[in-house]
Design a protein around this ligand. Structure first.
Ligand code: FEO
Length: 171
C-alpha cells in the first residue's frame, strides 16, 4: 500500500500530465490555424504521449492500492506570437515537468519506496529525451529564423511523427 504523501504527489502528477496534454492539443490547434499541418501533427502526437503518461500514473496508483483523485485541469494558452514562441513555451513546460518528476523521486527516496523509485526512473529518462527533442527543434527553428522555405521543409518532416504508446501492454 502506497504512503499518503506519495499518493497525493502522484495524483498531482496525473493532473500535470493531463494539463500537458491540454497544452499540446491547444498548440496543435494553433498550428492548424496558421496552416502548419506538420507542426500540428507533432503537437498532436505530443498530446497522445502525455495522455499515455497520465494513464500510466493512473494505473500505478491503482496497482499500489492507492486512490486516484482527478482534479480540474488548469486553463491553457490559446494563441502564440509565432512558432518559436510555442516551442519556447513547450521547453519551459517540459522543464517544469522535469522538476516535478525529480521532486517525486526525492519523495520516493525519502519514504524508502523502492517500487516507486523504479517506476519513476522511466520518467526521469523520458524527460531528458523530451527536453533534448524540443531543444533540437528550437535550434533548427532559430537557424531558419522560423520562416521561409526552411519552415515548410521542417513542417513536412514534422508530419512524419507517429504516436507509439510506450506502455502499449498497459494502454
Ligand atoms: Fe509527460 Fe512531456 O512529459
Amino acid at each position: 500500500m502506497i504512503k499518503k504523501s506519495l499518493e497525493n504527489a502522484l495524483n498531482e502528477q496525473i493532473n500535470a500530465e493531463f494539463h500537458s496534454a491540454y497544452i499540446y492539443l491547444s498548440m496543435s490547434s494553433y498550428f492548424l490555424s496558421v496552416g502548419l499541418g506538420g507542426y500540428a501533427n507533432w503537437m498532436r502526437v505530443q498530446y497522445q504521449e502525455e495522455l499515455a503518461h497520465a494513464t500510466r500514473f493512473f494505473d500505478y496508483v491503482n496497482e499500489r492500492g492507492g486512490r486516484v483523485k482527478l482534479s480540474p485541469i488548469q486553463e491553457v494558452q490559446v494563441d502564440f506570437t509565432g512558432i518559436v514562441d510555442a516551442f519556447e513555451k513547450t521547453l519551459e513546460h517540459e522543464q517544469v515537468v522535469t522538476g516535478m518528476i525529480d521532486h517525486l523521486m526525492d519523495l520516493a527516496i525519502q519514504e524508502s519506496d523502492h517500487a516507486t523509485k523504479s517506476f519513476l526512473q522511466w520518467f526521469v529518462d523520458e524527460q531528458v529525451e523530451e527536453e533534448a527533442n524540443v531543444e533540437q527543434i528550437l535550434n533548427n527553428l532559430r537557424l531558419i529564423n522560423g520562416e521561409g522555405q526552411g519552415l515548410l521543409m521542417m513542417d513536412r518532416e514534422m508530419q512524419t511523427r507517429v504516436f507509439v504508446n510506450p506502455f502499449s501492454a498497459k494502454a
